[in-house]
Design a binder for this molecule. Structure first.
Ligand code: A2P
Length: 273
């Protein structure tokens, strides 16, 4: 049975969701969404900039799983934040997805104009077309700035986190603010070598699980939302087969010790897109 988390506005989110970053528009995405929903996933995380919202919507419709059973997230892209066109961009995302609401809408990166975007997102939330709103790639200082200016708490902050870069200080800070954490690049990301670490294979062997399953389970036991990405049906299924074992404290400690403090993706305090 898959686990869920109740966000600070009462919305319930399945703890494991399919990430579709770098999943090309067209059959690859449609097939990945169908495979995930058939495997039991009920949470999909996309973004305008991924360029695959149309195929995500198509995959949802083809799956036959009712829209209301699926937790769907998309994100407001940086150019739309800078151009102060959050509301139009949101409607365009709904149109591409072919839905009349999303479960979660996120500011993708803290670029110039995010304060105005946050105000617009509160209107979107009030309209009922986003069941929850939040941010992504916000550091503690961005959250402090946001809270100084707004009574509405972001439901989540989606940040890079994996055993290679656990981001624990930020995770702990967000917990004090009652903002739930979603992990992107939870497996160490495309082109990373985390999953080939023998420590993970050794731990997995004890439970009859792969390195990827061990890492996903480690995220679950930290109490955060985890968004593994794969375009392969077999891996998509495998990454959801993580609700029938529990890592021991020793194993969790051994995984914690893999932290190198090196990011796989961009630094939210120093990026140029
Ligand atoms: P692919 O999409 O070809 O399956 P992250 O979620 O951290 O961004 O990492 C995703 C990367 O890990 C992708 O390159 C993905 O490749 C790969 N991946 C996802 N699931 C598994 C798995 N169960 N076993 C091995 N590699 C995986």
């Amino acid at each position: 049975i898959q686990s869920t988390i109740t966000l600070n506005n009462g919305t319930v989110i399945p703890q494991v969701g399919l990430g579709v970053f770098q999943t090309p528009d067209g059959d690859t995405t449609v097939n990945a969404i169908e495979a995930a929903l058939a495997a039991g996933y009920r949470h999909i995380d996309t973004a305008m900039i991924y360029g695959n919202e149309t195929s995500v919507g198509e995959g949802i419709r083809r799956s036959g799983v009712p829209r209301g059973d699926i937790f769907l997230t998309t994100k407001l892209w940086n150019d739309d934040i800078r151009a102060r066109r959050a509301k139009d961009a949101f409607q365009e995302s709904l149109d591409r997805l072919g839905v009349d609401y999303v479960d979660l809408y996120l500011i993708h990166w803290p670029v110039d104009g995010w304060q105005e975007a946050w105000a617009a997102m509160q209107d979107i939330y009030a309209s009922g077309r986003a069941k929850a709103i939040g941010v992504s790639n916000f550091q503690a200082h961005h959250i402090d700035d946001l809270l100084a200016d707004s009574d509405v708490l972001p439901a989540v902050d989606q940040i890079e986190s994996s055993p290679q870069f656990d981001n624990e200080e930020l995770v702990d800070f967000l917990a004090t603010k009652h903002i739930d954490v979603e992990a992107w690049s939870p497996l160490g990301g495309t082109g990373g070598n985390l999953l080939s670490n023998p420590v993970l294979a050794e731990i997995g062997a004890k439970y009859g699980k792969s390195a990827a399953q061990v890492v996903i389970r480690w995220h679950i036991q930290r109490g955060i939302v985890v968004l593994p990405k794969s375009t392969h049906a077999e891996r998509i299924r495998q990454n959801f087969d993580v609700f029938d074992f529990v890592l021991s404290d020793d194993d969790v400690q051994a995984i914690n010790a893999l932290n190198t403090c090196r990011r796989n993706g961009a630094d939210p305090d120093n990026f140029d897109f």
